[in-house]
Design a protein. Structure first.
Lengths: 358, 100
């Protein structure tokens, strides 16, 4: 199956993925909340049933992980993209030794659990066929715990998206059921590469766009336009609470970031690392780019000098054959079908097609 | 900077001005107590971005008209293609005839 077919499924029906790239770590104990306050850029203080998007930073302010934190009873579960699960557990353990000697238990969950992803405009129907109709009423960034399956609504494609955490012993059976029931909704298996294309088209951050660059070392949430996920002013028991990477981030704010990640399109192939120019002036560098089956263009993310990091500018990418016109754009580039669907009333069977389509 | 035409320089100046105005309006509506410059231009208005809801969206429309003198050609952000801060800036600049 080509990536174009996978992306088409993600944009028009639904895609199933084994999300082996997502580390799942349980943090529990009486001081789990305080510990996660120190670990993440957002306060993990969330009501049960809510999902908190956050970041885990290294001491230098670079992004270690793009994470969701959920509270389930007395424990927290961290779903993180970036590090492998073992690496993340070691990072948490090392942090526990640094910031507190109080009781916090940290344990990787994927020995006993398997994570699946279902994304697409009709993903709600696929997941409801397995988990039940409660899925239809789930707002974005919420959790639906079931006896056998933990279901998060937290997609990164611009369409409806669900992350399912299933006990390993039941995983094969759940996967078979999903694919079987999903056939009625043209559910397709999709790869991480296809999910990343959709993330770029819809301008969702992905850890896979990160690469070393001389333009900003390290790349922090400031350059990456992720500051909405950083809460500097936090108090725990009346005292200011910092987090790993906070000092580096404050220093970068004080000195002023020089570049900002910016969305662009091009009419030909562009590759990561290629320079972006305005006339004869180099103003940036491509972080990531791919062919977009949805738009029929190349879409990408570039680090651009902040003076020029705005949409609607005609720039050029320096490619091996010379230069290629690129245009900075206002994200997101896709008018997602999911924006027009109501899970309680719309179904894949009665979908509107052709001129009647939203 | 000789590669920057007057036209581009003017656009960038107007863009920065509109961005600053929009950031201030949005910060006021959500009661943002940080540095307004920390509101990234691609930050989403809803959900895991600035966390606006549909009532806030109405406040944005009212604020654009009362504070910036900009009346958008509609009241549905989805139909206007406005999903993030830059989308609001685009809408403002479009009404002002400042988009290239």
């Amino acid at each position: 199956v080509s990536i174009e077919t996978e992306v088409r499924a993600l944009r028009s029906s639904a895609g199933f993925s084994r999300t082996s790239h997502v580390a799942v770590v349980c943090v529990e104990g009486v001081h789990a909340l305080d510990f996660l306050q120190a670990a993440s850029t957002q306060s993990p203080y969330v009501r049960e049933g809510r999902v908190r998007p956050t970041l885990l930073l290294r001491d230098d302010g670079s992004v270690l992980a793009d994470a969701f934190v959920v509270r389930a009873g007395d424990r927290f579960v961290v779903f993180a993209e970036g590090p492998e699960e073992d690496e993340l557990v070691l990072w948490f353990e090392s942090l526990r030794n640094r910031v507190t000697t109080r009781q916090v238990e940290i344990r990787g969950m994927k020995a006993d659990w398997v994570a699946f992803g279902v994304d697409g405009p009709y993903a709600f129907e696929v997941v409801a066929s397995l988990v039940g109709p409660s899925v239809l009423g789930m707002p974005y960034l919420t959790l639906l715990p079931r006896a056998e399956i933990i279901c998060l609504r937290a997609g990164k494609t611009g369409e409806f998206g669900y992350l399912l955490l299933v006990p390993r012993r039941a995983a094969e059976d759940v996967e078979a059921k999903l694919l079987d029931r999903g056939a009625a909704f043209d559910l397709a298996r999709v790869s991480l590469a296809a999910l990343d294309v959709c993330a770029l088209e819809s301008w969702h951050f992905s850890m896979r766009i990160l690469r070393p660059t001389a333009l900003a070392s390290p790349l922090t949430p400031i350059e990456l336009q992720l500051q909405s996920r950083v809460v500097h002013k936090r108090n725990v028991d009346g005292a200011p609470m910092g987090f790993v990477g906070a000092e580096a981030l404050q220093a970068r704010r004080a000195e002023g970031a020089q570049v900002r990640v910016t969305c662009f399109t091009a009419e030909g192939p562009v590759a990561a690392g290629q320079s972006i120019a305005l006339g004869g002036l180099t103003v940036g560098e491509v972080l990531a780019a791919c062919a977009s089956p949805t738009l029929g263009q190349t879409v990408g993310a570039a680090l651009i000098d902040r003076r020029f990091a705005h949409p609607h500018l005609s720039l050029s990418a320096v490619v091996p054959s010379g230069t290629l016109p690129v245009r900075t754009r206002t994200a997101s580039l896709v008018d997602n079908l999911s924006l027009y669907l109501q899970p309680h009333t719309d179904t894949y069977a009665n979908r509107r097609t052709g001129a009647d389509a939203p | 900077m000789s590669d920057i035409t007057d036209e581009i320089a003017l656009y960038l100046e107007r863009r920065e001005r509109a961005l600053c105005q929009v950031r201030h309006l949005l910060a006021t509506i959500i009661g943002f107590d940080g540095d307004e410059a920390d509101i990234d231009p691609d930050t989403g208005l809803f959900a895991n971005g600035l966390g606006f809801d549909s009532l806030d969206a109405v406040e944005i429309l009212i604020g654009l008209e009362s504070d910036l003198g900009v009346k958008l050609p509609g009241d549905d952000f989805r139909q206007l293609g406005v999903r993030n801060v830059n989308g609001v800036v685009d809408a403002v600049m479009r009404v002002r005839g400042e988009l290239p």
